[in-house]
Design a protein around this ligand. Structure first.
Ligand SMILES: N[C@@H](CCC(=O)N[C@@H](CS)C(=O)NCC(=O)O)C(=O)O
Length: 240
């Protein structure tokens, strides 16, 4: 059996959570390496990742960056115990899955930081979560807590400005309206079986589970039922 996959990540990165959701839903064992957001010294050098972004996975020495490329690799090239492509008689709606994954990358993953880091108190709390889940040493942890919250707050302000200067909570409500429409009365995004779109959206939302915005999203009964359905599969399939 090959070595577990290594996932280089930031604890509060929605794209990293997207990869974690897929790994768990596919039953693939993995270990996490928390990357210091200020130095990124843990992150291996990788061609085409000039900006040195996470997530990156290491599969037996092969490095892959970008959450969508990683999910495609896991689905197409990795022999995972479970698949996120339809295997049933009733084919899942692949185009909808792709549409939802693109929405997660371009909209949901952009709007969530604006909501959770928009207020100073939340930005500080987020930076504490990152520092707590890491082992960078006393000084670096303090730098991450202080500097991290400053950067996150700036990032949030930029996102809001770029997206038209609306109220972040309103932006999130609009995005979740879209998601609810895609879901309709189905169990999963593509119909009766899980797809990559479910993994992407579930992972992205898991990223903010400790923040008030998450409770707000879970007030939508259909979204909550879907979230719990996917969560149950994640827990059941997660590799030991
Ligand atoms: N398209 C990439 C986006 C990854 C991304 O933006 N990662 C952020 C963290 S959420 C990052 O590593 N930023 C570090 C930087 O830009 O210096 C993906 O889907 O993986």
């Amino acid at each position: 059996m090959s070595a577990p996959i290594t996932l280089y990540q930031f604890e509060l990165c929605p794209f990293c959570h997207k990869v974690k959701a897929a790994l768990e839903l596919e039953g693939i064992p993995f270990v996490k390496v928390e990357v210091n957001p200020m130095t990124k010294k843990e992150l291996p050098e990788l061609e085409g990742n000039e900006k040195r972004k996470v997530p990156v996975i290491d599969v037996d020495g092969r490095l892959i960056a970008d959450s969508s490329a990683i999910l495609a690799f896991l689905e197409n090239e990795y022999q995972a115990p479970y698949s996120l492509s339809s295997r049933g008689d009733e084919p899942n709606d692949t185009s909808k899955s792709q549409q939802v994954e693109a929405w997660v990358d371009e909209d949901l993953a952009q709007v969530l930081p604006a909501v959770i880091y928009g207020k100073w108190r939340d930005a500080l709390r987020a930076a504490k979560v990152v520092a707590k889940s890491s082992n960078f040493g006393v000084v670096q942890n303090a730098v991450v807590r202080g500097g991290g919250s400053l950067i996150m707050h700036q990032v949030a302000k930029k996102i809001v400005a770029r997206r038209g200067g609306e109220n972040p909570q309103q932006m999130l409500d609009d995005e979740m309206d879209k998601f609810e429409q895609w879901l309709g009365d189905d169990d999963f995004i593509g119909g009766s079986e899980l797809c990559i779109g479910d993994a992407a959206a579930h992972g992205c939302l898991t990223c903010i589970q400790d923040f008030p915005a998450f409770e707000e999203i879970m007030r939508r009964p259909k979204v909550q039922a879907w979230y719990q359905r996917v969560q149950a599969l994640r827990s059941q399939r997660r590799a030991a």
